[in-house]
Design a protein around this ligand. Structure first.
Ligand code: FAD
Length: 450
């Protein structure tokens, strides 16, 4: 331990040290890591030292940034990347070099000054690197693709403690594995991504009464089959908390929501939405022109930590049956567990067109992805997870059985990793993991070999 402390530039903490508990916890309060050592790394050098230490001690090593996507609790060495907040934007090349500890909100704030944005997701507090390793689907997905499609290179420390820069011409197999295959091959310390030009978008939410779930889902499924790629949108059954991030009329209510973001000519976007409004007049209309810098307000995801139970699955369609199933499982009934929301995101477009030969992101062809979130007050995820599984079963033949790594949480992220990839990709990723981590150093996250 003395040698470790002397070798790293960041902080080394063990149980009882001030700040240890805080370093072990993250956004999801369901479980906390219980490591024997935390290394609050400042860069690739510290990560490499920590990897060598774990190997020498014969213990496992895990990594977290924000704790939005925890898999198994780490009981060996935990690398906390939150100090690694280096961020450099090159407006001429339209790229950003992003440290492993940056959140998307931090990256967006800086890039928007140049009229640019990364392909971030719905929440500004999610980590840029963790999200991108899993694929990364946000409000610009149908226009520009998944975040992993935009990566130019990663800096990664592999389980042999080597610091590598990987890109299309430098270890292309590892580069391809990290683009959507998760963090099973090493600890990423930084990445460079392409940015896209975007300033004002036409975005927001249209709210409907909860008993409209089936007909709104059917109309939504039909409508989006013909919309341009500039629109990425979703159908949601939401129990809005009485929180100020929601408009006053919405707080504390159960509602059906059509939500989305048009990034293109504003008049064209407004005309498209007017067409939808004329068919299905909403109860409350909160959709309009807004700065993309405020895109976190579209989903208004919870910022404060929560004991969340999250899962999801790619689905074949959004129709009345899907709407009914989501409403029955999500809106309050007797003493059934309450979900915060269940959402069907419309994908396709540039997500489907992404380069499969250079990325590993699975199941791109499916047009819709369903995700659902519950909050377990007593921190026992079982009743909510059972309820979510029951909802997936009630989707019948709309469900594909295909998972998305970013929405496999807790034990599922490790034990169902394979469900997030097509068979051929899975075999390649298992071989890559064996090549880099035959000894199982990274034993707490995604596992392609199971
Ligand atoms: C409120 C909320 C909103 C979300 N919105 C979206 C969305 O719109 N679109 C979407 O695609 N996903 C979304 N997600 C899912 C999110 O992308 C994943 O949970 C992602 O894994 C979070 O990464 P993180 O670094 O923030 O979390 P962490 O819990 O810190 O890390 C998650 C996992 O990523 C791995 N990891 C993290 N950093 C590194 C690293 N430097 N090197 C190697 N591996 C690493 C680790 O294995 C870790 O278990 C959302 C999740 C939540 C809770």
């Amino acid at each position: 331990m003395r040698a470790l402390r002397a070798a790293v530039r960041g902080t080394v903490l063990t149980d009882g040290d001030e700040g240890f508990e805080q370093r072990c916890s993250g956004w999801n309060l369901l479980r906390a890591h219980r490591p024997s050592v935390v290394v609050a790394a400042t860069g690739a050098h510290d990560v490499s030292v920590a990897v060598r230490f774990a190997t020498d001690q014969g213990i496992g090593l895990g990594v977290h940034a924000t704790g939005h996507g925890m898999a198994l609790p780490v009981d060996g060495v935990l690398i906390d990347t939150r100090e690694m907040t280096g961020l450099m934007v090159d407006p001429d090349r339209r790229t950003a070099t992003i440290g492993a500890g940056c959140t998307w909100g931090e990256v967006l704030a800086v890039t928007q000054r140049e009229g640019l944005a990364p392909l971030l997701g719905s929440s500004p507090t999610v980590g840029a690197v963790g999200y991108t390793l899993g694929g990364g689907l946000g409000w610009l997905a149908r226009k520009h693709g998944a975040a992993c499609d935009t990566v130019r290179w990663f800096e990664v420390v592999t389980p042999d403690a080597a610091v590598r820069r990987v890109g299309p011409d430098e270890d292309p197999d590892l580069f391809r594995g990290l683009r959507g295959g998760g963090g099973a091959f090493g600890v990423v310390t930084a990445m460079e991504v392409d940015l896209v030009p975007v300033d004002t978008v036409y975005a927001g939410n249209l709210y409907y009464p909860p008993d409209r779930a089936a007909d709104i889902a059917a109309a939504f499924g039909e409508w989006v089959s013909g919309v341009p790629d500039e629109l990425t949108s979703s159908f949601v059954c939401q129990n809005a908390p009485p929180a100020p991030v929601f408009p006053e009329q919405i707080r504390g209510r159960s509602l059906v929501v059509v939500r989305g973001c048009w990034s293109g000519d504003l008049e064209q976007g407004e005309a498209l939405l007017d067409e939808w409004r004329s068919q299905t007049s909403p109860l409350f209309d909160h959709w309009g022109a807004m700065s993309f810098a405020d895109c976190a307000s579209i989903s208004a995801d919870r910022i404060d930590p929560a004991p969340a139970v999250v899962t999801g699955e790619w689905i074949y369609r959004c129709d009345a049956g899907v709407g009914r199933a989501l409403a029955e499982a999500t809106f309050p009934v007797d003493d059934a567990p309450l979900l915060v929301f269940s959402e069907v995101r419309h994908l396709g477009g540039a997500v489907v067109r992404g380069d499969r030969s250079a990325t590993s992101f699975g199941h791109r062809d499916h047009p819709f992805f369903m995700n659902t979130v519950g909050v377990s007050i007593d921190r026992d995820p079982t009743p909510i997870a059972d309820h979510q599984r029951q909802m997936l079963r009630s989707l019948g033949n709309a469900a594909t059985g295909a998972a998305y790594l970013n929405y496999l949480d807790q034990d599922e992220r490790r034990h169902r990793t394979g469900d997030a990839f097509e068979a051929g990709v899975r075999t390649r990723l298992a071989a890559l993991q064996h090549r880099h981590d035959a000894g199982g150093l990274l034993r707490y996250g995604a596992d392609h070999r199971l």
